[in-house]
Design a protein around this ligand. Structure first.
Ligand SMILES: C[S@@+](CC[C@H](N)C(=O)[O-])C[C@H]1O[C@@H](n2cnc3c(N)ncnc32)[C@H](O)[C@@H]1O
Length: 347
């Protein structure tokens, strides 16, 4: 597909380009059914706003509508739209906003998208926020997952989970080694002997565990060297990579309309997908150039992740510490009154 001349690329690479513009302006000029994957993370409706500005939860759905219209129009019948969107708290209140669920319902019911699957990106390194509810009043737990809505134009987007297999867990390996009796599970599912076949790797669940802990990447070193602020809300490269691998083939076109630091573009360049990253803020585009510098030190590659079980995250079963009742009775006001001093225990 030809790039629209009115939007001169800020940077062109072998497989793609960064465009500094309002993505609505750019996408309006795209032909119908021309894009294989829209992989993006828009500004979330956060109470604590980032530098690039965030739309309030109440206005979010309306703000998103013109984007939704363009996304649906430019996507191929076989294409997918993957939206990483974090939840949000209601201002001054220990309750959650429904905006990302409302957005999903609007995308499906008003714009005709299909929910191919809902994914949950668990960031094990998330801090316990908002501190007021989580660490001070101790009335909520840490919010550590983003929803990732995988939407499609038809119920049959092209996809293969064989592209995103993961190593077997220790218990599965043991099972494969020692074998087990085919029997009915308590859930009623019949576990046949087919499950004993070692296929070399496991089919992943829709919970994706990736810590967002980048601290010494080439991108960050580049920003420091050029005195540019790194983007404050980057997703880890493995997140777009997961969907780019599962949903596109080399040569397909991937668009990120809220590109930020252009992680999506970096992954596409490496995987030889054609790509367009559109970002409004010039400084973010300037910093993103660091992702495409040809330099022997620029070796941030997710293939370097170890293949052994060290790459597994373990979540303890909730009951591990349930040995007796806690001494503190629950506050009858649900924590409305602030405690004089925060209660102790594990934080
Ligand atoms: C959550 S960030 C994306 C971060 C990105 N996924 C990364 O990993 O670096 C959202 C970005 O959308 C940009 N943005 C907001 N509205 C836009 C628009 N209309 N057109 C293009 N970019 C926009 C913001 O400037 C911000 O950088």
């Amino acid at each position: 597909m030809k790039l629209v001349p009115k939007h001169k690329p800020f940077k062109k690479t072998k497989h793609g380009s960064i465009i500094q513009a309002d993505s609505l302006d750019v996408l309006r000029d795209y032909p119908d059914s021309s894009v294989d994957l829209i992989m993006t993370s828009p500004p979330f409706a956060l109470v604590r706003k980032k530098d690039y500005g965030n739309v309030e939860a109440e206005q979010y759905i309306e703000w998103f509508q013109p984007f939704a219209e363009q996304f649906h129009r430019i996507l191929r019948e076989t294409g997918s739209f993957v939206l990483d969107i974090g939840g949000s708290w209601n201002k001054g209140c220990p309750t959650r906003s429904l905006y990302h669920f409302k957005l999903l319902i609007m995308l499906c019911e008003e714009y005709g998208f299909h929910l191919a699957q809902d994914f949950y990106w668990w960031n094990p390194s998330k801090l316990p926020t908002p501190a007021e509810w989580v660490t001070v009043r101790r009335i909520r737990t840490k919010d550590a997952v983003n929803t990732v809505w995988w939407l499609s134009k038809t119920p049959w987007p092209k996809a293969s989970n064989k592209r995103v297999l993961q190593p077997y867990s220790d218990s599965m390996k043991e099972l494969l080694e020692k074998g087990y009796k085919a029997k009915k599970r308590p859930s009623g599912h019949d576990i046949s002997t087919k499950f004993r076949v070692n296929n070399g790797a496991a089919i992943p669940p829709n919970l994706i565990a990736i810590p967002n802990t980048e601290s010494n990447s080439f991108y960050l070193r580049y920003c420091e060297e050029k005195k540019l602020s790194p983007h404050p809300a980057r997703y880890p490269a493995e997140l777009p990579e997961y969907f780019i691998r599962m949903l596109t083939d080399p040569g397909d076109l991937v668009v990120d309309p809220f590109a930020g630091s252009c992680v999506t573009g970096e992954v596409c360049e490496r995987l030889e997908r054609r790509w367009v990253c559109i970002e409004l803020v010039r400084e973010y585009c300037e910093a993103a150039l660091g992702r495409f510098v040809k330099d022997p030190k620029n070796t941030d590659r997710s293939e370097s992740i170890s293949q052994d079980n060290a790459s597994y995250y373990k979540i303890p079963r909730p009951g591990v510490l349930w040995n007796g009742e806690s001494a503190d009775p629950l506050a009858q006001d649900g924590g409305k009154r602030r405690p004089h001093k925060p209660s102790g225990g594990e934080s």
